[in-house]
Design a protein around this ligand. Structure first.
Ligand code: FES
Ligand code: FE2
Length: 347
C-alpha cells in the first residue's frame, strides 16, 4: 500500500507499509518514517561490522553546541563528552559558561564529579586545586605552602559563548583560534515567533557525512519518497555555504561543519547543530521556531515533519561506509564539491 502525504520540507512524499520479509530489517524505497527511532536506540538496527577507521578524517574544527543554556544555572557543573574528550562544563557565579578538559592536571580527578564553582573558577574535588576555566590556569593550591604554581597545572580550555539559547564551545585540534562566527538567529528573540522547541538525538555518523546529505539530491526520492529530485542551488564562500531549493522557499545556510540555519519561508526557521561526540558519532540538536500567526502548534508540526524525515536517513547513515573516492554520476558533482569544502575544517 502506498500513502501520499504532504511534508513541510519535501512537499508530496510517498510512504510504504513496511514488509517484514527482511529478517526484521526495514524495507526501503522509500525508507519507513519512524520518529521513535530518534530517542529509542533499541530500535536502531546496526548490521555493519566494518573493521578499522570508518572515516579518513578526524573530529572537525569548529563551534559546536555542548548544552542548552537554560539547563545550566550559575554555579552548576556538568560532565560532557564531545570531541572524543571528557569535558567539564560549568557556569561561573557571574553567569559565564566555561568548558575545559575534565581531568585535573594534578592526579586526574574528574572535575565534574564533586567539583565546585567558586566565583569564576572551579575547585577540584580531590585535593582542592582551583582552576580558572577561561585562562586554563591553576590559581590556587590550598596546602603545602606552595609559592609557585607549577606551570604544567594548565588544563586545556575551550572558547565558549552563549547564543541562540545554546552554549557553544570552539574545538580546534591544535588549539587554534575561532576562524568563523556563530550567527545570531533573530527569529529566536522575536515576539512574532513562537518560543523555541528543541529536539535532540544521537546518530552514529560523522558531522561531514551527515552534512553531505544536503547536497545528495537523488536520495530525496529514494530515501524520503519525495516526487522529484530537487534542483537546488549550492553556493560556497569560505567557511560559509548555502543551498536554495523549492524556488527560493527553502534556504539552508551552513557555517562550518555542523551548524546550519534552515528557513522554509512562512513556516519555520530552525537551527541544526551537529556536535561531534567522537569521530564516528554526533549529537544533533534542532531548535525550531515558527511565526505565531501560523498557530501555537506550528513549530511542533515542523519539528515532527523534520524528525520523521531524518528517521528515514538514520538507518542508512548508521550502516553505510564512507567511499573515498565514491563512484558517482555527472549530476552528483556537488558531493565532491562538498567534500572539498569540508577539508578546511580539519587540521
Ligand atoms: S586531582 Fe585535582 S586537585 Fe588533586
Ligand atoms: Fe535525507
Amino acid at each position: 500500500m502506498t500513502d501520499v502525504s504532504d511534508d513541510l520540507a519535501l512537499g508530496e512524499v510517498r510512504s510504504t507499509e513496511p514488509n517484514l520479509d527482511n529478517g526484521g530489517l526495514p524495507a526501503g524505497l522509500p525508507m519507513p518514517r519512524d520518529p521513535d527511532l530518534l530517542k529509542d536506540l533499541d530500535r536502531r538496527q546496526r548490521v555493519t561490522r566494518f573493521q578499522g577507521e570508518r572515516y579518513p578524517f578526524p573530529v572537525p574544527n569548529g563551534w559546536f553546541v555542548v548544552a542548552e543554556a537554560a539547563d545550566l544555572a550559575p554555579g552548576e557543573v556538568r560532565a560532557l563528552h564531545y570531541f572524543d574528550r571528557d569535558l567539564v562544563l560549568y557556569r561561573t557565579a557571574g553567569g559565564e559558561p566555561r568548558v575545559m578538559d575534565a581531568h585535573c592536571p594534578h592526579l586526574g580527578a574528574h572535575l565534574a564529579v564533586g567539583g565546585r564553582v567558586e566565583d569564576d573558577c572551579i575547585r577540584c574535588p580531590f585535593h582542592g586545586w582551583k582552576y580558572d576555566g577561561a585562562a586554563g590556569t591553576c590559581v590556587e593550591i590550598p596546602y603545602g605552602d606552595v609559592k609557585v604554581i607549577p606551570p604544567k597545572a594548565h588544563p586545556r580550555v575551550y572558547p565558549t559563548l552563549e547564543r541562540n539559547h545554546m552554549i557553544w564551545a570552539w574545538y580546534h585540534a591544535q588549539g587554534g583560534d575561532p576562524f568563523y562566527e556563530v550567527p545570531e538567529v533573530p527569529e529566536f528573540h522575536d515576539d512574532d515567533w513562537t518560543p523555541i522547541l528543541v529536539r535532540d538525538f544521537e546518530i552514529r555518523v560523522s558531522a561531514q557525512d551527515m552534512a553531505e546529505n544536503n547536497v545528495d539530491f537523488s536520495h530525496f526520492r529514494y530515501v524520503h519518497g519525495s516526487d522529484g529530485i530537487p534542483e537546488d542551488e549550492f553556493i560556497t564562500d569560505g567557511t560559509y555555504k548555502k543551498t536554495i531549493g523549492g524556488g527560493g522557499n527553502f534556504v539552508r545556510e551552513g557555517f562550518g561543519l555542523g551548524l546550519g540555519v534552515l528557513r522554509v519561508k512562512g513556516y519555520v526557521t530552525f537551527l541544526s547543530s551537529t556536535s561531534p561526540i567522537d569521530r564516528d558519532n554526533v549529537h544533533v540538536r534542532w531548535i525550531f521556531t515558527s511565526p505565531k500567526a501560523n498557530g501555537p502548534d506550528a513549530a511542533l508540526q515542523a519539528a515532527e515533519s523534520f524528525c520523521a524525515g531524518v528517521s528515514q536517513d538514520i538507518p542508512i547513515w548508521e550502516n553505510k561506509v564512507y567511499r573515498d573516492p565514491p563512484v558517482i554520476t555527472k549530476t552528483e558533482k556537488l558531493i565532491l564539491e562538498h567534500r572539498r569544502w569540508s577539508e578546511q575544517f580539519y587540521s
